[in-house]
Design a protein around this ligand. Structure first.
Ligand SMILES: [Zn+2]
Length: 405
């Protein structure tokens, strides 16, 4: 049976870019957008055109440049907002207007100062206008997970009746939990969507570290579009991470039989490009793209573990585009090659440090055919941390050189 498709909606350039320290200029957004297109995302949300002239220009430029993806522009429900988004998308091959309004009583009372029926009317008008400007309209109910569910369903129904074909259920404040969220999505599917040709989307934030888990639970309950960002950047604790969602679907297809169009070998290069543009490094232990994500066999596992990588690898580094150095370094590599490789990685070492690391390297190389940069970095870290074993390591190293010299 063919697997069902999950559409990947990337909001790195909008939700991600608006988080502190992650702003990008026009050329940087364009570079990122081209890479996202290569990565295989279905939708690039390029900005919030009414927010600033810079955002307007960025959405226009991405729309003109990226012809094989849908380009989305965000707007609130006012006429000026919708028209500004439409104008920014004028050159898009596949434009999508993404309009949103809050639906929780908290937001209605304190932020919007509107009644529930006024918000339904705002929704209807915005979606109707957006549909006059673009074939494809997505509607988001901000703070959906803290909204009254019956009211939320009423707003979604109004959006669909006015022409929205994608309805998004955002966990704006990162508050929901997997079981609760899957029930909400299921309720929206049964109560609002039925057999209409409407896609349910989800947009999860990571305030409780649950953004990816909530997204996967929503897929199981019927969501067919996921909103996410590269490296999980975004407001506060960030958005659901694109690389984690797509690899979870790939590695655990037995549990979640869905597919995306993501070229997973482009995940690591995309992550690296974003880090270099926003000068914000990925945490070393970040799943999939962190520096240590594939270094599990090094360091603490060095003594006496079984040599088959399958014991510790649920996916290969190559499958997510992490460069392998197996041609450069293997069990027959010498100390000189090792020191040079470290130099390339930015670690200049004293000869005695090379001695210690080399001993660990040869032990690892005996068990592992391919030594990755991540392994080398972990070797280095374990070498500097485990002081008590340094003397033993040095003795071991001397023995190794005696044998190989
Ligand atoms: Zn968000």
């Amino acid at each position: 049976m063919p697997k069902e498709r999950i559409a990947v909606f990337d909001t790195t350039l909008r939700d991600g870019e608006q988080s502190p320290g992650c702003s990008m200029n026009l050329l940087e957004k364009l570079r990122m957008a081209r890479q996202l297109e290569l990565l295989g995302v279905d939708v690039i949300e390029a900005g919030f055109p009414i927010a600033s002239d810079g955002d307007f220009a960025a959405v226009s430029a991405v729309a003109a440049e990226c012809r094989t993806v849908t380009v989305a522009a965000l707007c609130r429900t006012s006429e000026a907002d919708v028209l500004r988004a439409a104008a920014a998308l004028k050159q898009a091959a596949r434009p999508r207007i993404h309009t949103f309004v809050a639906t929780s009583d908290l937001h209605l009372e304190y932020k919007l100062k509107k009644t529930r029926s006024e918000v339904i009317e705002m929704t209807r008008q915005a979606v109707t206008l957006a549909r006059e400007c673009a074939e494809e309209v997505e509607f988001s109910a901000e703070d959906a997970t803290r909204s009254d569910v019956d009211y939320l369903c009423e707003v979604f129904a109004a959006a669909i009746d006015a022409g929205a074909t994608i309805i998004n259920v955002p966990d704006t404040v990162g508050y929901t939990m997997p079981l609760e969220f899957s029930r909400l999505v299921q309720r929206v599917r049964e109560q609002v969507v039925g057999d209409r040709n409407v896609t349910i989307s989800v947009h999860c934030h990571d305030d409780l570290g649950l953004a990816v888990a909530n997204t996967l639970a929503a897929i199981a309950a019927g969501a067919r579009q996921v909103e996410c960002t590269i490296n999980g950047i975004g407001e506060r604790a960030g958005n659901a991470s694109l690389e984690e969602i797509t690899m979870a679907l790939k590695v655990r297809a037995d549990q979640l039989p869905f597919e995306t169009a993501i070229q997973t070998e482009q995940l690591y290069p995309t992550s690296q490009l974003l880090s270099s543009i926003i000068a914000c490094p990925v945490q070393p232990n970040k799943a999939i793209v962190g520096r240590n994500a594939f270094a599990h066999e090094a360091g603490i596992h060095q003594h006496g573990v079984i040599s088959n990588p399958l014991c510790y690898e649920i996916m290969t580094p190559e499958s997510v585009g992490v460069p392998a150095n197996n041609l450069v370094l293997g069990k027959h590599s010498g100390r000189h090659a090792l020191a040079l490789r470290y130099e390339d990685l930015g670690y200049a070492m004293q000869p005695e440090e090379v001695d210690i690391v080399y001993a660990r390297f040869t032990t690892l190389a005996d068990r592992k055919k391919r030594i990755y940069d991540q392994d080398l970095i972990a070797l280095l870290q374990s070498s500097t941390v485990a002081n008590e074993s340094l003397a033993a390591e040095t003795a071991e190293a001397a023995a190794v050189w005696a044998r190989t010299a």
